[in-house]
Design a protein around this ligand. Structure first.
Ligand SMILES: O=C(O)CCC(=O)C(=O)O
Ligand SMILES: [Fe+2]
Length: 270
């Protein structure tokens, strides 16, 4: 490796280090104001209204497409430009997907939660490299983070399972982190949350179906010291009203098939 490459990798690691949620098991990183107000508005306006799939507690859309049901394969095709510029470019500067198989995200799930909606506790599973980068748009929301109930813990492949719950724990192999699980990460609008390492593999995350996030303070919010505007939360008495919140969850799907490969495969089978 050239010295210049080594230096730039070290610089990326240093840049991210400042954003690590130090009170939680490794690794969550929280970066406030990752996109600007103008960029947020522009992305929201470009999300295609005809692509939503409505679920009972949120709606979502997958780009460039959903994974195949039988073996979690992505039919590879470029992400739409509004999801790449400026977000993926900034990921590159920070080296977020540098060590994943494709060295960049190839899949984005867009989730929309209206006031009072959420997502069951779950893990993101084995279809993806163990890095998920979530851009939050709209209003603030709390992500609940906790341990799996058992070591085997119903490892669903990517999608929420109805049986997993977030469990309190006071002594665990995930200590010596100073904050007890379960806890919360407050995701402000325009922020970026990165989940990787044991935070990806050993913890569950979910969003409570509530209209208001309450009791928000340094003791109950793991990323309090990294918030862009903790003062605003204090001024509201530690209570934040939810409105519509949209998340862009960027991932690197491990198995990708190319359209060209499909055509050649079909010819070979004739
Ligand atoms: O909206 C979020 O922040 C979380 C979404 C999520 O956990 C998922 O899509 O797997
Ligand atoms: Fe998830």
């Amino acid at each position: 490796m050239s010295e210049i490459v080594e230096q730039s990798i070290a610089a990326e690691a240093d840049a991210l280090k400042a954003f690590r949620i130090a009170r939680l098991p490794p690794d969550f990183y929280y970066i406030p104001n990752f996109v600007s107000v103008e960029e947020e508005a522009s992305i929201l306006q470009k999300i295609p209204s005809q692509r939503w799939v409505t679920l009972s507690h949120r709606r979502l859309q997958a780009h460039p497409s959903t994974l195949t049901e039988n073996n979690n394969t992505l039919l590879g095709s470029p992400l739409p430009l509004y999801l790449v510029k400026p977000v993926v470019e900034r990921f590159k500067d920070l080296g977020i997907f540098r060590d994943t198989p494709h060295a960049e995200p190839n899949h984005v799930l867009i989730n929309e939660y209206r006031k009072g909606e959420g997502i069951m506790p779950h893990e993101d599973g084995s279809a993806y490299a163990h890095v998920v980068a979530t851009v939050s748009l709209g209003t603030s929301i709390c992500l609940d983070v906790g341990r799996k109930m058992t070591a085997e813990g119903g490892s669903s492949d990517g999608r929420p399972s109805q049986t997993e719950t977030i469990e309190a724990t006071h002594s665990s192999d995930l200590s010596p982190y100073s904050l007890l699980l379960p806890t919360r990460i407050l995701q402000e609008p325009r922020s970026l949350l990165i989940t990787t390492g044991t935070a990806y593999t050993d913890l569950l995350h979910g969003i409570a179906s509530v209209e208001v996030d309450e009791h928000l303070n340094r003791d109950t919010v793991a990323n309090w010291d990294l918030l862009g505007d903790a003062k605003a939360v204090e001024e509201k008495g530690g209570t934040l009203d939810r409105e519509t919140r949209v998340s862009l969850t960027y991932r690197d799907v491990l198995k990708v098939s190319s359209a060209a490969g499909k055509v050649l495969g079909a010819l070979g089978r004739r």
